[in-house]
Design a protein around this ligand. Structure first.
Ligand code: AMP
Length: 282
């Protein structure tokens, strides 16, 4: 596995592959890798000749008071995991390499970034959209692979790639879960064992929403209330939002008809967790 820290290094490898007519699938991550990330890597391997992974804890997507400084970092372990998974190139740039001077360019999709997590993390998706645009411009992959666990993020990326005509296919991989249903996340490492138990409430709440819809409830607000009520049953959990939205536009669904995305953000102790469920309603 090539370990590359500079943009020039990535570009040089990319030129070599073009000469050999070989394709690249890029998996952007912030590291502290778990099986969810590795599923993305495996999927990427099915879609291109080489899998490239980036590990960059992007400061511009963290707000003041968020966990940028204490975000889990374990580069040595990540490197070993990726090497044994057949990854050809790891791009692990410094902040200086990615942001040599204060940026003035913004990438914003207000309609998609304003609600859900965006309402509670101002600037977060502008940071995500900017760094992903930069990573796509640097690596110029044929395919970029993201996880459905961060649904709003993947919807924003799909749309920005479409709107900006970026020559990349966006692949979204279903959420990988622990045995008890908790979505895998680097932030799960923050949870105490009691909180870890309590964290299963996210999945339960989404299923309560699903059951309500399958039972005939079609009022989007009422579905959200059903999800919220389930979260309220868990003493260690505090709901940030429950949403029933259109999976592509992320606009709230007045009436749940065909496709719906149910999404929640919950604080379990001091840790903020998110999860979602895509529903096809017949
Ligand atoms: P992160 O390192 O948290 O920025 O995540 C990097 C990529 O992995 C993003 O596309 C995430 O959506 C994806 N990802 C994170 N957790 C999971 C999971 N449990 N299942 C599937 N994809 C995931």
């Amino acid at each position: 596995m090539l370990n590359v820290t500079t943009i020039a290094g990535v570009r040089s490898r990319r030129r070599e592959l073009w000469q050999r007519a070989q394709t690249v699938a890029l998996v952007p991550t912030m590291g502290a890798l778990h099986d969810g990330h590795l599923r993305l890597v495996d999927r990427a391997g099915e879609l291109a000749d080489e899998v490239w992974v980036s590990i960059f804890v992007n400061p511009t997507q963290f707000g003041p008071g968020e966990d940028f400084e204490r975000y889990p970092r374990d580069l040595e372990r990540d490197r070993e995991l990726l090497a044994t998974r057949g990854v050809a190139l790891l791009f692990n740039p410094s902040t200086k390499e990615m942001y040599p001077r204060p940026g003035v360019t913004t990438v914003d999709l207000p309609e998609l970034a304003g609600g859900m997590c965006g309402a509670f993390r101002p600037g977060h998706f502008q940071g995500v959209a900017l760094v992903v645009t930069k990573l796509l411009a640097i690596a110029q992959p044929e395919v970029a692979v993201f996880g459905a666990k961060d649904w709003q993020q993947s919807a924003i990326i799909r749309r920005l790639v479409e709107d900006l005509n970026l020559p990349v296919r966006v692949e979204v991989v279903p959420t990988v879960r622990e045995a008890d249903g908790l979505a895998m996340s680097s932030r799960n490492a923050y949870l105490t064992s009691q909180e870890r138990q309590a964290a299963t409430v996210l999945q339960r709440a989404l299923h309560a929403g699903e059951e309500a819809i399958r039972g005939g409830l079609i009022d989007g607000r009422a579905v959200e209330r059903r999800i919220a009520a389930t979260v309220a049953e868990e003493p260690l959990a505090r709901l940030q939002y429950a949403a029933a939205v259109d999976p592509d536009t992320l606009q709230p669904l007045g009436t749940v008809t065909r496709r719906a995305l149910l999404a929640v953000a919950v604080h379990v102790g001091a840790t903020r967790l998110i999860d979602n469920l895509l529903l096809e309603v017949s």
